[in-house]
Design a protein around this ligand. Sequence first.
Ligand code: NAD
Ligand code: AKB
Length: 313
Amino acid sequence: MTSETILVTGANGQIGSELVLALRKNYGEDNVIASDIRENDTDSRFEILDITDGNKLHEIIQKNKVTQIYHLAALLSGTSEKNPALAWKINMEGLFNVLENTVQHNISKVFFPSSIAVFGPNSPKINTPQFCNTDPTSIYGISKLAGEGWARYYNLKKNTDIRSVRYPGLISYKTKAGGGTTDYAVDIYFEAKENKKYTCFLEENTYLPMMYMPDAIRGTIDLMEASKNTLTVKDSYNLSAMSFSPKEVCASIQKIIPDFSIDYQPDFRQAIANSWPQSIDASVASADWNWKPQFDLDKMTEDMLKNIVIENV
Ligand code: NAD
Ligand code: AKB
């Protein structure tokens, strides 16, 4: 059995709720501690942790002899845009607390999720390369780009091993998404199954990079288990699986639910989406640690509609 003890922050969220299960399967139930600012009554290996509280983080690491951290706690793009000061506090102070504790406690590896939000209007829109202009216009993107800079700085100057990917929009059926611009692509499946209609907050031809959660979880763990000397990117890897528009997800759903319908009422998230890439080049991740997605749009649609459980139906 492993000698690792892993702490996951923001573990009650869309990614954390699935990542914790996968990590426990690999490393053992007792060796993965979930934490979040929100209580979780069903998890016996759980700690309440507000990531802006560096002292509490220090206590949890010390008490449990933590050796690795997956730092997921953050506010996503839509929520961040509504409260930039809070987004900066949680996304930046939270990361800084993790980095400082990493040095202090000799944490062997840290995972920090970045986002396609680090790109901006002057980044190439199609097949956005690993290294190019990054001029994010959302506060969320600004915080993730600054986070990548801190990760690079700690890796170069403090000899840490912080690993990161720029996730595209993630789609899953187990836990609903929380406040992102790509979240229409989660909500649409739940509404399709429950009501057979959906009002989309993005325009019909808005293309964004997306990924199904099983690919994201596998990719995350693969990166964390890769040999350090194969990793050439010291801040954050581009990651990609598919790219589609709301109109295309609708057509994919209609192959299974023919009377599903969609209408469009774009809101403030349209401007965020317009500033992001339409597709991403992940060839560096493929070369360095064999990244390869397994799900395309129709395969994901089939799996989502099969697995979504609508309560009270
Ligand atoms: P989510 O909103 O579903 O979950 C975030 C979790 O963080 C929530 O459970 C929330 O309670 C918790 N949290 C909020 N403030 C906190 C605080 N002060 N202290 C501790 N916990 C706090 O988000 P997610 O989709 O699971 O995303 C996880 C990470 O992955 C985030 O850093 C996000 O930026 C990044 N990411 C997600 C996506 C995506 O599509 N889901 C894409 C790119 C990057
Ligand atoms: C969001 O839309 O904020 C996230 C992301 C792509 O970072 N899903």
